[in-house]
Design a protein. Structure first.
Length: 187
């Protein structure tokens, strides 16, 4: 696994051993960033269930001003710090080693409003729904924030409208999908 583009282009990233994380493949990561690249410059990026940190590191490499990474697994959090050091991108990053809900609660008082919120939770456990429910009343996002969820193909997002969200784009791959979500436009 490597950084695809930007300041840290081609640098190799580490991952932790075992099945505790499921790194996004380089091909899927490249497709994702091709879709959002025009808005990367100086954005604030929140990466939930960060794993190795590859997604947030890619955002920083491509010009994000800030990336906050929330990862509960201590080994994965250590791997993120190592990857940030390797890529020399630690200055623009905040790594939080805690569960996602606790991390979001801690961020509420910091005044951050994120342009992008990316989450890649464990598949088929409804974490997406829990996080979206939390975020629906959060000050961490604005009307323009894009939430990108990586999920299994079986994951349904038919509840989005009931939480005040709209699905703006979907990209399906062989085994998973990226779902792009925004708050519904208020009249």
């Amino acid at each position: 696994m490597r950084v695809i583009a930007g300041k840290a282009r081609r640098l190799v990233l580490n991952t932790i051993e075992g099945q505790d994380t499921r790194p996004t493949t380089d091909r899927i990561k490249e497709t994702l960033f091709n879709m959002i690249q025009p808005d990367m410059a100086d954005c604030k990026f929140l990466d939930l269930f960060s794993g190795s940190g590859a997604i947030a590191i890619e955002a920083l490499s491509r010009g994000a001003a800030l990336a906050v990474l929330i990862e509960q697994n201590p080994k994965a959090a250590a791997c993120i710090r190592e990857n940030l050091k390797t890529t020399r991108l630690e200055e623009g990053a905040i790594v939080m080693n805690c569960d996602v809900i606790t991390g979001l609660e801690r961020l509420e008082d910091k005044g951050h409003v994120f342009d992008y919120i990316f989450m890649d939770p464990p598949y088929n456990m409804e974490w997406e729904k829990r996080i979206l429910e939390y975020l629906s009343a959060s000050n961490l996002l604005s009307q323009d924030t894009v939430i990108i969820t990586e999920a299994s193909l079986e994951t349904s997002f038919d509840y989005l409208a009931s939480m005040g969200y709209e699905l703006i784009k979907e990209k399906k791959y062989k085994t998973n999908q990226h779902v792009f979500i925004k708050k519904e436009e208020s009249l």
